[in-house]
Design a protein around this ligand. Structure first.
Ligand SMILES: COc1cc(-c2[o+]c3cc(O)cc([O-])c3cc2O[C@@H]2O[C@H](CO)[C@H](O)[C@H](O)[C@H]2O)cc(OC)c1O
Ligand code: UDP
Length: 484
């Protein structure tokens, strides 16, 4: 029977929620029965997201993991009234409104001692509630890259604010992300770009609060982002003040139970030659408009390669989630007939991990969501980055420039956020990715190396395995250093 419980407060976005629950399971496994996990579930601010989260909770609660996990729904709060400068401001205020409920839920756990509190990167307003629980170590779970973390830690510094804010008012120049070579402004996260400068203070505030944590648990590894992790631990993000310890335990990848009947996409892949198919998928939010669809279709057709394209329709009013695409309306006339046998366009949610794991898949055109990038590396699939939102442009920079596992779209470096990709650009990138250029062949080799490194990292003796052991050691023995 567990002697204490780790309290988790995840964010409602699926990528964050499931990444954190999967990390929690790994933590329990490493604690070998000494601890349980209590997940405090906030009601998501929209009905669609609330139902998504309910689905995750139902599936997890029903799964026979043998681990001691329980989900407690926090009372719903009224979303704060509008007029926000940024979505981050909404998140911040909405999350903060849950503080009394979190305190009450934690008090209700007695007599079970709380061994640690872990909050999502967007839930740091709730880090303080455990300040009353004087001895309880508090952690942030960071479901994104160490590079994005380094940037966020640095944002509150006056010199960083002045420098970056001035640069972001223009379009030329580079930004300083500790541990990375100079980052061209067009690779800065879309959430911090020129037209979103109002977000700056909110991101800076999140970054400031990370310093109040005992540690940051991150879905990355030394093998993937060693340079940036060193920069954080050497104090190059917040000079003069040690950063919280960073526990790089990744890749953390959420694998759903397999359906009994293989998915249509998988059945189609079964009939394709090894390494012959380029896969296109743009995450949980990604969709493209009709003009862009026509260019993608033409690019794929002209590339001559086999493809599996997850094409989603525009979200319904008031939603940010794509709908299932009506292919007859969205695709150019005759495209399906002309590409029959060598291409499949799938209009709904696809089993991305199963697709990436399939031997027929030779490349991935991706929006560079960090979960997608990690999944691609896990299966050794080289990428073409097509970042859309959030921090994805910075992720693309690392994949291309730092890791060398991706072939860039021709004009990406010369484009504004939300750029339009022409057929010829996509054709060229796909040809390169599938082995037609030296850059593409190198990216494939690098992706294979990364696959081996990712798997080694989480095995016994690997860096992420050791980081997890150290983290759980400090939680179970209470031997954690106070926040810097
Ligand atoms: C990590 O930094 C940011 C993330 C987001 C962001 O916002 C978002 C909003 C939605 O309505 C639905 C989403 O799915 C979603 C996802 C999202 O980030 C993604 O999170 C993943 C982690 O689980 C992963 O890190 C991906 O790379 C992210 O793109 C938004 C944002 O600024 C607006 C961020 O800075
Ligand atoms: O059709 C789809 C689209 C996405 N995903 C999964 O959804 C997650 C997307 O997370 P990511 O961080 O890449 O991007 P986000 O959706 O948060 O932008 C990944 O685990 C993908 O495998 C999937 O399985 N099928």
């Amino acid at each position: 029977m567990a002697a204490g419980t780790i309290v988790f407060i995840p964010c409602w976005e699926s990528g964050h929620f499931m990444s954190m629950i999967t990390a929690g399971k790994r933590m329990l496994e490493a604690a070998a029965g000494a601890l349980s996990l209590t997940v405090l579930v906030m009601r998501a601010p929209t009905a669609a997201k609330a139902s998504e989260v309910e689905g995750h909770v139902r599936r997890e609660a029903a799964s026979a993991s043998g681990l001691d996990i329980r989900f407690l729904n926090l009372p719903a709060v009224e979303p704060p009234a509008g007029g926000f400068v940024a979505p981050e401001e909404f998140n911040f205020r909405y999350t903060q409104l849950h503080a009394p409920h979190v305190e009450e839920a934690i008090a209700g756990l007695e007599p079970t001692p709380v061994a640690a509190l872990v909050v999502d990167l967007f839930c740091t307003p709730l880090l303080d509630v455990a300040a009353d629980l004087a001895a309880v170590p508090r952690y942030v779970y960071f479901a994104s890259t160490a590079a994005f973390l380094a940037l966020m830690l640095r944002l509150p510094l006056p010199e960083s604010r002045d420098d970056l804010a001035a640069k972001l008012r223009g379009t030329e120049g580079t930004a300083h992300v500790p541990g990375l070579p100079p980052v061209p402004l067009r690779y800065m996260p879309a959430c911090l770009s020129r037209d979103k400068i109002g977000n700056y203070e909110w991101f800076a505030d999140y970054g400031r609060r990370f310093m109040d944590a005992h540690g940051i648990i991150i879905n990355s590894s030394v093998e993937l982002e060693g340079g940036v992790l060193d920069a954080i631990s050497d104090g190059r993000c917040v000079p003069g003040r040690p950063a919280p310890a960073v526990h790089a335990i990744g890749p953390v990848i959420w694998f759903a139970a397999r359906e009994q009947q293989p998915h249509v996409c998988v059945q189609w892949l079964d009939a394709q030659p090894a390494g012959s198919v380029v896969f296109l998928c743009f995450g949980s939010k990604g969709f493209v408009d009709t003009a862009q669809v026509a260019e993608v279709a033409a690019g794929l057709e002209q590339s001559g390669h086999r493809f599996l394209w997850v094409l989603r329709g525009t979200p319904a009013a008031g939603s940010s989630h794509p709908t299932d695409a009506d292919l007859d309306v969205m695709l150019p006339g005759g495209f399906l007939a002309r590409t029959q046998g060598r291409g499949l366009v799938w209009p709904a949610w696809a089993p991305q991990k199963e697709v990436l794991a399939h031997s027929a898949v030779g490349g991935f055109v991706t929006h560079c969501g960090w979960n997608s990038a990690l999944e691609s590396l896990w299966f050794g699939v080289p990428m073409v980055p097509w970042p859309l939102y959030g921090e994805q442009h910075l992720n693309a920079f690392e994949l291309v420039r730092e890791m060398g596992v991706a072939v860039r779209l021709k004009d990406m470096e010369a484009s504004e956020v939300g750029y339009f990709v022409e057929a010829a650009e996509l054709e060229l990138a796909v040809r390169g990715l599938m082995g037609g250029t030296e850059e593409g062949r190198k990216a494939r080799e690098k992706a294979a190396e990364m696959k081996a490194a990712c798997r080694k990292a989480v095995e016994e003796g690997g860096s992420s395995h050791a980081a997890m052991r150290k983290l759980m050691g400090e939680i179970t023995t209470g031997g954690v250093a106070p926040p810097p």
